[in-house]
Design a protein around this ligand. Structure first.
Ligand code: NAD
Length: 294
């Protein structure tokens, strides 16, 4: 495996400058992590409010690092300055890797990717942070599908070490190698997976959530299940994790998984998740999920 990793890293292009599309929860986190680890990054959104939120998040995370003594106060300005907020594609010509992190909608993502492809150089590798959309499908309208792959971060980006690098049908090994190296440069642990519903992590996670739903149907108390899984050694139980992920996001991803694996993901009963979704209890994002946050 080590030999393979060494051989593929020879194919990798260097990422000296990156860009992220979308300055939301994920885009803001990706910009912070890239800048923190020394790769300047353009952060593009379609509205100023989005950019302000992304920058505020990066500033908050950096201030926390300084307060904890993990960074010199004098270095904070330099890191912040290497996140360049923008509403236009002006400087995209000099970017090595682009991470698309706009809303989870195939039509919007395909339009955004086609637009950015026309703005970057021929060598730029484009990636998408999609959680559920096929990478091969997202590449279908691109002129250079070989220079496109998935780069799936987890939330919160600064705290979660794993990044799934997803190889679409036409993705070149050089593009995969470039993105793997960029993920490593960001201090993350990349894992290369083939394109399929749920990639790798969600193929493990969603059957687990399914087991949790069945336990609730059988009368278990979600707080007790959480406690048991914490004592088992996991950092949090399934109910709390679903609140962090977002109940709406969870329901959406579960639908994608059921479609992809109808036999394995079969569910013929209404779950607590469905009920919470109907009652707009989306988790931490709106203050109420399994737990109450306000
Ligand atoms: P979000 O709603 O917080 O942010 C999306 C941002 O994209 C907004 O600021 C919006 O203004 C901007 N945007 C919309 N259209 C745009 C365009 N054409 N150009 C530039 N910016 C545009 O969403 P998020 O939670 O950060 O999710 C982004 C992506 O990351 C989605 O594909 C999602 O599935 C994926 N993802 C999310 C999580 C998570 O837990 N939130 C985890 C992993 C992956």
């Amino acid at each position: 495996l080590k030999k393979k990793a060494k051989a593929s890293s020879k194919l990798a292009g260097e990422t000296n400058k990156a860009a992220v599309l979308g300055a939301g929860i994920m885009g803001g986190g990706i910009a912070y992590q890239s800048a923190l680890k020394g790769t300047p990054i353009l952060m593009k959104d379609i509205n100023q409010d989005g950019l302000d939120l992304g920058l505020a998040e990066a500033t908050k995370l950096l201030s926390k690092r300084v307060a904890k003594g993990r960074m010199d106060a004098g270095k904070m300005g330099g890191v912040l300055n290497s996140i360049v907020p923008t509403l236009s594609f002006g400087d995209f010509g000099s970017v090595d890797v682009v991470v698309e992190a706009v809303v989870e909608n195939a039509k919007v993502k395909k339009a955004v990717l086609a637009e950015v492809e026309s703005q970057v150089s021929e060598n730029t590798v484009l990636t998408s942070n999609t959680s559920t959309i096929s990478i091969t499908e997202l590449a279908s309208d691109l002129k250079r599908p070989e220079q496109f792959c998935g780069m799936h971060f987890f939330n919160p980006v600064h705290a979660m070490p794993l990044v799934e690098v997803i190889r679409g049908e036409k993705t070149s090994e050089a593009s995969v190698a470039t993105v793997v190296e960029y993920a490593r440069k960001m201090g993350k642990t990349p894992v290369v997976v083939n394109d399929c519903p749920g990639f790798m992590v969600n193929r493990v996670l969603f059957p687990y959530f399914g087991g949790f739903s069945a336990l609730l149907r059988d009368g278990a108390d979600f707080k007790q299940v959480d406690k048991v899984m914490e004592r088992f050694g996991w950092p949090m139980g399934p109910a709390y994790l679903l609140d962090v992920v977002g109940i709406d996001t969870g329901i959406h991803a579960e639908g994608v998984m059921s479609e992809g694996y109808p036999d394995r993901m079969k569910r013929d009963f209404k779950t607590a998740l469905d009920v919470m979704f109907e009652n707009k209890r989306f988790g931490q994002k709106n203050g109420a999920g399994f737990y109450q946050y306000e």
